[in-house]
Ligand binder design. Structure first.
Ligand SMILES: Nc1nc2c(ncn2[C@@H]2O[C@H](COP(=O)(O)OP(=O)(O)OP(=O)(O)O)[C@@H](O)[C@H]2O)c(=O)[nH]1
Ligand SMILES: [Mg+2]
Length: 389
């Protein structure tokens, strides 16, 4: 399963976003380093379910909305010089190893300093946080490379040793591949074999960018001034209000409102049941959502998966006429797979044995047989014919 991680300075709202997105418990408080041990949970991307264009609904989706699971990790806050041991040090950076992509959370309201200490809104520049995280992550990677470098350079004296494969091997746990190493070398304009470890910082930065693509959440947007909102938005960040999303999901869970995560707004089925304070709180959130088209929380998860990681959604079925599995369930599964995936890749994703016994595939929409090497499209419904059952 895909893993996304929330990272950023302390007190910017990572755990609030995590709780909102997973509805799993996590401690939240207005001081730095509330989170010490990483939280791990399941969040969802949201897509329109293909059953909306069928005669009857699939039974898996919620009102035509399909939610597909991804892992979400919430880590401790990161301060400048964390790689040298400041704050909680860099051991928690290890939690980012498993991440396929990183959601950097910044405090768009500018109400905390770079170390996460609370302050008045607008008293700090949120954009300063962006290079800080990048630098700390790159320096952490650099530290790992530096440790192995003398041995690498010794080995590189032998003609048969590939420094690319060697480095990729050491960094495999960070999902860094040989191509990443080669591309980063080219972009940094260096020749790795001849480079002293001290000159690998820029290379580490580039390598980190390739291995862990990043998207930025300008969080606490509900608290931010119009000037800061514009500034943060212009930087390419996506505005979010983790606090609003958490409140909405909690209210929806207790049937106070009707809200599907990712909706642009919500409705109140019975206003009579609400206290004045509840009504006022909900109206405030409604005004925010009307101005921004929602809370931004679902949007950032979707964009991390579909834009940063280039995924598509595929629906394997056993019966291409009724779009069901063996038990008659309509469109039971939805898989997130890399753009460019083939029917054969999908077969392996369903089950290794199905992949091994792959014969051919049928596009359920056109009922045509498709080639093993055909590139699948987002939303494709595919029947796989395999020797394995
Ligand atoms: N107004 C507003 N407040 C928020 C939002 N998100 C978080 N907060 C508040 O910001 C404070 C910090 O939130 P946390 O989620 O604990 O922040 P964190 O980044 O996990 O902090 P550490 O674990 O200490 O690194 C809390 O008081 C939250 O209620 C938001 O979107 N809007
Ligand atoms: Mg936290």
């Amino acid at each position: 399963m895909i893993t996304l991680a929330l990272a950023g300075k302390p007190n910017c709202g990572k755990s609030t976003l995590y709780r909102a997105a997973t509805m799993a418990p996590a401690e939240i408080a207005n001081y730095p380093f509330t989170t010490i041990d990483a939280n791990r949970g399941v969040a969802y991307v949201r897509v329109p379910c293909p059953c909306t264009s069928l005669a009857h609904r699939c039974g898996v989706c919620a009102d035509g909305i399909r939610y597909i699971a991804v892992h979400l990790i919430d880590v401790a806050g990161l301060v400048p010089e964390a790689h040298t041991g400041k704050g909680l040090g860099n051991q928690f950076l290890d939690h980012l190893r498993q991440a396929d992509a990183i959601i950097q959370v910044i405090d768009a309201s500018g109400s905390t300093d770079i170390e996460g200490n609370p302050d008045n809104p607008g008293s700090h520049d949120p954009l300063e946080e962006i290079p800080m995280l990048k630098t700390e992550m790159a320096m952490w990677l650099f530290g790992i490379i530096e440790k192995h470098w003398p041995k690498m350079q010794r080995q590189a004296q032998s003609r048969s040793f590939s420094i690319y494969a060697g480095l990729a091997d050491i960094l495999a746990g960070l999902s860094i591949q040989e191509e990443h190493v080669m591309e980063a070398e080219r972009e940094a304009g260096i020749e790795l074999r001849l480079t002293a470890s001290g000159d690998l910082i820029e290379f580490s930065k580039i390598l980190m960018r390739k291995a862990k693509p990043m998207i930025i959440a300008g969080n606490k947007a509900d608290l931010a001034s119009p000037e800061l909102l514009t500034k943060v938005k212009d930087s390419g960040a996506i505005l979010t209000s983790g606090a609003a999303e958490l409140a909405l999901r909690t209210a929806a869970a207790s049937h106070m409102i009707i809200y599907h995560p990712g909706d642009a707004s919500f409705s109140i089925p019975d206003k009579g049941k609400l206290s004045d304070a509840q009504k006022a709180g909900l109206m405030k959130m409604k005004a925010y959502m009307d101005a921004h088209g929602g809370t931004g929380v679902q949007e950032i998860i979707n964009r991390a998966v579909f834009e940063l990681l280039d995924m598509i959604v595929l629906y394997p079925v056993e019966d291409e006429t009724h779009l069901t599995d063996g038990q008659g369930r309509v469109l039971p599964d939805a898989f997130l797979m890399k753009k460019g995936s083939t029917p054969h890749d999908l077969a392996y994703q369903v089950h290794t044995d199905i992949g091994k016994g792959f014969l051919y595939a049928i596009d359920a929409k056109t009922k045509m047989r498709i080639k093993e090497s055909a590139v699948l499209k987002d939303g494709d419904i595919i029947k796989i014919v395999s020797t394995a059952k």
